[in-house]
Design a protein around this ligand. Structure first.
Ligand SMILES: [Zn+2]
Length: 219
């Protein structure tokens, strides 16, 4: 029975470490845009015919099945060029072109993948006390052991290498302080010194809803 318990503990430990490794080692796919979606492949099979420009720009799009659709664009920019040239001439500025390029990447007008990550990070940062929002700095608390510090440094180093933003000693607006808060994942990485660290369970109770916990042993 005692043996079985030990096995279970070992399994739990392994499992926790595996989860953390996965969190930290998986490179984030920032260039998701390189993989073409069905829509992006499909668009290449359409023929586009310019019709005319007025208040909008009109195009006819012909599908491989010979279906015809009318696409209308209304493009405007606050820059001088667009003010002089106007929409009706069919000329567009580089600013609009840049926007269209962004749309091309994801196939949608809504947030790009990078923007989405930025938004998630901003949401996560808002859970941290304003005075405590120091990004990507390894900070320690006064009662940390040497091993605890070293493990924290190691975790932060891995995150830095992957360009993943974090806050150490992140104090939440609700109270509670996470060892390392990984912003884009809403994940608090807690470094444990003992098999079962009650202090971690206690402080986790204060964390805001939606914060995920990953524990990692430091010895
Ligand atoms: Zn412009």
């Amino acid at each position: 029975m005692e043996n079985k318990n030990n096995d279970m503990k070992r399994f739990d430990k392994m499992h926790e470490e595996m989860k953390l490794t996965r969190l930290i080692d998986i490179p984030i796919r920032l260039d998701k845009s390189k993989k073409k979606t069905y829509k992006q492949k499909r668009k290449e099979k359409h023929k586009v015919k310019y019709l005319f420009s007025g208040r909008n720009h009109f195009f006819e799009v012909i599908t491989p099945e010979k279906k015809r659709h009318e696409v209308r664009l209304n493009l405007s920019c606050t820059c001088e060029y667009m003010g002089i040239k106007g929409v009706a001439t069919g000329k567009i500025c580089s600013h609009i072109l840049a926007v269209m390029q962004e749309i091309q990447k994801t196939g949608n007008i809504e947030a790009t993948y990078e923007n989405l990550i930025d938004k998630k990070k901003a949401d996560c940062i808002s859970l941290v006390k304003p005075s405590n929002r120091e990004l990507n700095t390894v900070r320690f608390s006064s009662n940390e052991t040497k091993k605890h510090k070293e493990k924290k440094e190691e975790v932060c180093k891995k995150l830095k290498e992957q360009g993943i933003d974090f806050i150490t000693e992140a104090i939440f607006t609700t109270g509670g302080r996470a060892d390392v808060l990984v912003l884009q994942d809403f994940t608090a990485v807690e470094i444990m010194s003992t098999e079962k660290d009650e202090s971690i369970e206690e402080k986790m109770k204060l964390y805001p809803q939606g914060i995920k916990i990953k524990t990692i042993k430091c010895n």
